[in-house]
Design a protein around this ligand. Structure first.
Ligand code: NAD
Length: 486
């Protein structure tokens, strides 16, 4: 047996035993991946690292299952999806603990994540793609249908492992596709468990789940029998996947990174809104795709808002997943810790001085202090790049046109937000922001019926809503000439 690990330390004993799901069965490991506890930096579990042969078996199983699954009535697939949601709900405590431990988030937030994933999956089940008759005359009949594409490769990031897995499983199976799903290598546990639950509900081969490293992702995205890729992750990987998918022209949905701006307007109510604004940047320790990553504040509110942010930040309880009342945990992995540290060090190297840094637990975990900057130059990397962590720059502006111009001056376009008491005025500014989702007095907010995706380099296509379901289908037209045979 081969082993690969982020650390050489042998995992502490843990009664976590999870398998790959291939062709409706649990399949054991030939190779092993270690999973590190972000709160300690020490491996605590091991999972299978799928081999290329195991990917071949999963793709074959998915291909075989597709022949029948695509023909099942929509209502039957929906009912099985709802049954699956019930089975996941019955395992909520076990799943939440896996998410908490692997992602390093407080148990209550991990529970909310799994419940959120179920809310979305059940919400997708309420949607239906229907065929549409475009013409029905004496001479012609035209019907448009949305047909499943085939075997889908789904690849997810580590920030919301259970939610992202359910965001892929639910629309893929509902629309009649079959799936090979791969979680991020650092957070495979909850996804493998979600895979094991599928074995009791769906026909063999409809959902296959493989854990593995980035290589497994590369094999999947270049596999000739995979027809669509549903990807959530970084812009750099999204570009590599697009290139890898080109030779076989796979369909793509790419949900990528962002550098979301928030614009605070002059009528912002610091007393009542500062907490919400703060958490728009620091929920999940800043590891949210569409969260506030740059904050533009008008001159007259700048000092009081910086002061208020420091006060709120000082009250935040940081700790491991199982510490009571903890609000945020460590960063999820060492690379992400290094990345946030690099951007903060760059800001300090350029003359920036953080006006607040929190204390974090001692030890070898990936705890990074909440770090707040003011008066950084516009070209500081913390402002121009995605930090994906608990460091934030508040940026002063005098004229709202200047704030809008700077907010839009980015290769990204995932989310953006505007904050103020007068909603109509906020909407006027929102209308000028270039992003896939523009929020007012919140950041982010999503729902199963609300399409979600990025513009510019933040992605291609959308997830959620009817439009998100349609991304898992081909448009097929039946076009009949009438009257020529009578
Ligand atoms: P990542 O791109 O490094 O990895 C994501 C997944 O891709 C992992 O499963 C990884 O193993 C796999 N992968 C890596 N290289 C690959 C390759 N060449 N081919 C195929 N697969 C490959 O991203 P990450 O660090 O896990 O996640 C953080 C990023 O994800 C951030 O940029 C964040 O904004 C973004 N994100 C976006 C959304 C969204 O909905 N837009 C949601 C969550 C996270």
């Amino acid at each position: 047996m081969n082993t690969r690990a982020g650390s050489k330390t042998k995992p502490k004993d843990l009664p976590i035993k999870l398998s790959l799901t291939i062709g409706g069965r649990s399949v054991a490991a030939e190779n092993i991946l270690h999973v590190t506890d972000p709160a300690t930096g020490v491996p605590f579990a091991e999972v299978p690292e799928a081999t290329r042969a195991q990917l071949e078996a999963a793709v074959s199983a998915a291909e075989e299952a597709f022949r029948d699954w695509r023909l099942r009535p929509w209502a039957e697939r929906r009912d099985l999806l709802l049954k699956y949601c019930d089975a996941v709900a019955a395992d909520i405590d076990g799943l939440a603990e896996l998410v908490a431990r692997e992602a390093g988030k407080p148990l209550a937030k991990a529970t909310a994540e799994v419940n959120g994933g179920l809310f979305f999956a059940r919400g997708f089940a309420n949607l239906e793609l229907k065929s549409e008759i475009l013409r029905d005359s004496e001479t012609q009949f035209v019907r448009v249908e949305k047909r499943p594409i085939g075997v889908v490769a789904a690849i997810t990031a580590w920030n919301y492992p259970a939610l992202l897995a359910l965001w892929k499983i639910a629309p893929a199976v509902l629309t009649g596709n079959t799936l090979v799903l791969k979680p991020a290598p650092s957070t495979p546990l909850a996804t493998l468990r979600l895979g094991e639950i599928t074995q009791r509900i769906f026909p063999a081969g409809v959902v296959n789940v493989l854990s593995g490293g980035d290589d497994l992702g590369r094999w999947m995205t270049s596999h000739p029998k995979i027809a669509k890729i549903a990807f959530t992750g970084s812009v750099a990987t999204g570009k590599a996947i697009m290139a890898s998918a080109a030779p076989t022209l796979k369909r793509l949905t790419l949900e990528l990174g962002g550098n979301d701006a928030a614009i605070v307007l002059r009528d912002f109510d610091i007393e009542r809104q500062a907490e919400d604004l703060f958490w728009a940047g620091f929920a999940n320790n800043g590891q949210v795709c569409a969260c506030m990553k740059r904050t533009y504040v008008p001159d007259e509110l700048y000092d009081p808002l910086c002061k208020r942010f420091a006060k709120i930040a000082a009250s935040v309880k940081i700790g491991a997943w199982n510490v009571p009342n903890v609000q945020i945990g460590p960063l999820q992995n060492r690379e992400q810790y290094n990345r946030v540290a690099e951007l903060v060090d760059d800001a300090i190297g350029g003359g920036g001085v953080p006006f607040f840094r929190s204390d974090v637990p001692d030890g070898s975990g990936f705890f990074y202090p909440i770090t707040l900057f003011r008066d950084l130059p516009d070209d500081a990397r913390l402002i121009t790049e995605e930090q994906f962590g608990p460091a934030l720059a508040l940026i002063r502006y005098s004229d709202v046109d200047e704030a809008v111009r700077k907010a839009n001056d980015s290769p990204y376009g995932l989310g953006a937000s505007v904050w103020g008491r007068d909603i109509d005025k906020a909407l006027e500014v929102a209308d000028r922001l270039e992003a896939g989702s523009v929020f007012v007095n919140q950041h982010p907010s999503m729902g199963p019926e609300i399409p979600y995706g990025g513009v510019r380099q933040s992605g291609i296509g959308v997830e959620c809503g009817i439009e998100g379901l349609a991304e898992y289908t081909n448009t097929v037209v039946f076009n009949v000439k009438k009257g020529s045979t009578t």
